[in-house]
Design a protein around this ligand. Structure first.
Ligand code: FHN
Length: 449
């Protein structure tokens, strides 16, 4: 099929933009009502969730959607993988149990990635799990297991859909020519219908995590506002992310710790995969050390953000034991130090590579990530401390002076990835203005090489 060349694409985009700018004077900008504040607070209190990227692509050990076509798996081979997808070891209760053991409070599953394959019994397409040898509604089973075990359930849903003829691109990512024939309105109707199926049949959902492959902002226009309004009508307390083309309720920094932000909710999505693979990457892929995940979680919480940590289950339906073990170690740390993560807000110290801080009520939790000998010096706190202790037990001395706050912990009581020092103030910790790092410190990820 002849495809639209880039220059035509540019003219089309300009034409569209032109049309949009003409109508901008006459039509009001679409809006979305803000999210339910209590739903936002509960989600922020949870702080830590499990992301799951899964589908027939796991049979290939290559990346979901991105390995379809090009130098990856030939399109016709990729699109036929579902015919042999039979994850007989899939057990939703085991997945949920692994998330709980990791200290995760919610799960977000890729119900449909850019490749268009649906992990639920959608009545709007045959390209679903029900037409694989497995024939079971994975979304239904996982939603039920979450409910049974007291974990919140959310759905990842890709706006780009290279399998649906209505979406302008039949390959994932920017830079490809557009289909000669496509119908965005027909696709939008399909997306709205599938959103309705997910919320009505598998809800209540903590979130619908819409995704993009970089093409949404270019082609989907303002339709995201309509998606969010409909989702909120179906479930008023649902949270929607920022990737429909509308701002949504929270930001989604990816594979990095988000910046300190107390005014807009955010959630960093990361991969446990040592090679930042979203879907199953095979035995050779490996996992990140639990310590580095704990540090990232502390930095997210210190920045007033959540962390959504991804696992990529195997084609047989199991989450690989190496991934389960790695996240369980994070859960073990949270069993002792979770008071400094769950239901906290970021600050008052803004995060640096050496330390970060969380707070609630009259308490501040200093997460000391790097030591200078037995001590770590922070900028002045400007508040009186009534008591101090280590969440993991042991000895701590705190010197609270006008020129700075110094915590001293003997080597025997320091923890590799994060030592949490609890400060009990005489006043309200939330009343303290954010404390900027010393020039010597840079926010996480920006440290000088
Ligand atoms: O292209 C996807 C990618 O496969 C993965 O799903 C991530 C998760 O946030 N989202 C897109 C890249 O931004």
């Amino acid at each position: 099929m002849k495809k639209t060349t880039p220059i035509l694409l540019l003219m089309l985009a300009m034409g569209t933009l032109g049309a949009a700018s003409e109508t901008n004077q006459s039509t009001p900008q679409p809006t979305n009502a803000p999210a339910d504040p209590s739903a936002v607070k509960k989600w922020q209190d949870d702080r830590f969730g499990m992301f799951i990227h899964w589908g027939p692509v796991s049979l290939t050990e290559k990346e979901i959607s991105w390995s379809r076509g090009g130098k990856g798996t030939p399109v016709e081979v990729y699109d036929a993988l579902y015919k042999k997808f039979n994850p007989e070891k899939f057990n939703a209760d085991e997945w949920v149990a692994a998330a709980k053991a990791a200290g995760m409070k919610y799960i977000v599953l890729t119900t449909k990635h850019h490749d268009g394959f649906c992990l639920w019994d959608s009545k709007l397409t045959d390209y679903t799990i029900m037409n694989t040898p497995f024939k079971r509604d994975v979304v239904k089973e996982l939603a039920e297991a979450c409910k049974k075990q007291g974990i919140k359930f959310g759905c990842y849903y890709s706006v780009p859909d290279t399998h649906h003829p209505g979406y302008p691109y039949d390959l994932t990512g920017r830079g490809h020519p557009m289909r000669e024939k496509y119908d965005l309105d027909a696709y939008h109707k399909y997306l709205m219908g599938q959103t309705e199926e997910l919320i009505k049949n598998y809800g209540p959902l903590v979130t619908v995590w819409y995704d993009t492959d970089g093409t949404v902002s270019q082609v989907y226009g303002k339709r995201g506002f309509e998606v969010i309004n409909m989702a909120r009508k179906l479930q008023p307390d649902i949270l929607i992310d920022e990737r429909t083309g509308a701002p949504g309720d929270y930001s989604t920094p990816e594979q990095r710790v988000g910046g300190f932000n107390m005014t807009r909710p955010w959630e960093s999505c990361m991969t446990i995969s040592a090679h930042n693979h979203w879907a199953w990457g095979g035995e050779k892929d490996g996992v990140k050390p639990a310590g580095s995940v704990i540090t990232m979680l502390a930095q997210c919480a210190g920045g007033d953000g959540n962390m959504l940590l991804n696992v990529g289950p195997r084609p047989d339906g199991m989450i690989d034991p190496e991934q389960v073990e790695a996240i369980r170690k994070v859960g073990d740390w949270l069993k002792v130090n979770g008071e400094g993560i769950y239901a906290t807000r970021g600050g008052p110290y803004m995060p640096t590579p050496r330390y970060t801080a969380t707070r609630k009520g009259n308490k501040i939790y200093l997460h000391i990530l790097k030591w200078n000998g037995d001590s770590c010096k922070l900028p002045p706190l400007g508040a009186e401390i009534a008591a101090s202790s280590l969440l993991a037990g042991g000895k701590v001395e705190v010197s609270n002076r006008p020129d700075g706050l110094t915590v001293t912990v003997p080597a025997t009581d320091r923890k590799d990835s994060d030592t949490v020092v609890k400060l009990e103030l005489k006043g309200d910790a939330m009343a303290i203005q954010p404390i900027k790092p010393d020039p010597v410190d840079q926010p996480p990820g920006k440290e000088k090489k």
